[in-house]
Write a protein that binds this ligand. Structure first.
Ligand SMILES: NC(=O)c1ccc[n+]([C@@H]2O[C@H](COP(=O)([O-])OP(=O)(O)OC[C@H]3O[C@@H](n4cnc5c(N)ncnc54)[C@H](OP(=O)(O)O)[C@@H]3O)[C@@H](O)[C@H]2O)c1
Length: 259
């Protein structure tokens, strides 16, 4: 269905070396896009690239640009390096994220700085840095896309002491709406995805201990699968979502809306 076809598009996925970012990158690649993966570790990016290319895609369909995106300088550098490879970017997925858990009395200032720098400030700096590339290919009928990866922890009160994380995700959801209002007239949509539990390094310990109980809280009785995340990312990147902006879409088996 050409409604979901991304052939000829370029998509940048931060935190694309593993987990949800890699799930999204694979989906966009399969839908026809060229994908640029970025994370801090060059070897992890290369491994992810090799994993993706094992699907038989042309070598130039997956690029890697390692960067520590917790600083504005690195966000700007990523956009600049991507700009050396392409005249336009159709999709920016702000996915790289970190969490921090500690009891209230012990929660350190560094647990705020690290999490807010990466989860909240970085999507802002990246969106601003990529704007010239996003606008280059965008039209009223075919807007460019920014997809922020939030969390259901930003929609409801989480059951774990992750103060800076849940606050960063609630703020990211609101930043999504603020930027959607500002960038709509510039032909860029801005949406957020709020994942529920997905099997990744970030969630490994939690799911190992509480996976069955967490799955049971969902009306659908399971945790998320790679296709669940690929599907929403392809939708938001495609012609099918040209009229969707400022939305925060839970992909959580109904946990945040029914529990
Ligand atoms: N898994 C879930 O159930 C779940 C639920 C809700 C929301 N989310 C959100 O989904 C996103 C991805 O999470 P995940 O579960 O896939 O986590 P993950 O497995 O820990 O992956 C995080 C990714 O971000 C990269 N990264 C970390 N720090 C970075 C930095 N300073 N600069 C650039 N890249 C950095 C990591 O690669 P390097 O180490 O190489 O930098 C990795 O590619 C996050 O925003 C998270 O909050 C996840």
């Amino acid at each position: 269905m050409d409604l979901f076809d991304l052939t000829g598009r370029t998509a940048v996925v931060t935190g694309g070396s593993r987990g949800i970012g890699l799930m999204i990158a694979r989906g966009l690649l399969q839908a026809g896009a060229t994908v640029v993966l970025s994370s801090r570790k060059a070897d992890a990016c290369e491994q992810a690239r090799a994993d993706l290319l094992a699907g038989g895609w042309a070598q130039d369909r997956v690029l890697t640009v390692p960067a520590d995106l917790s600083t504005e300088a690195e966000c700007r550098r990523l956009a600049s390096v991507v700009g050396e490879h392409t005249d336009g970017v159709h999709v920016l997925v702000n996915n790289a994220g970190a969490t921090w858990g500690a009891p209230l009395e012990d929660f350190p200032a560094s647990g705020w700085d690290k999490v807010l720098d990466l989860n909240l400030k970085s999507p802002f700096f990246l969106t601003r840095s990529f704007l010239p590339l996003l606008e280059a290919d965008a039209t009223a009928d075919d807007p460019a896309r920014v997809i922020n990866i939030g969390s259901i922890d930003g929609l409801r009160v989480p059951g774990v002491p992750n103060y800076s994380y849940s606050a960063s995700k609630a703020a990211l959801h609101h930043l999504t709406r603020v930027l959607a209002a500002e960038l709509g007239p510039r032909h860029v949509t801005v949406n957020a995805v709020a994942p529920g539990p997905f099997e990744t390094k970030m969630m490994a310990a939690t799911l190992e201990e509480h996976g069955d109980a967490i799955a049971a809280t969902s009306p659908l009785g399971r945790i998320g699968r790679p296709d669940d995340m690929a599907g929403v990312a392809v939708f938001l990147s495609s012609r099918a979502a040209s009229y969707v902006t400022g939305a925060v879409i839970p992909v959580d088996g109904g946990i945040s809306t029914t529990c």
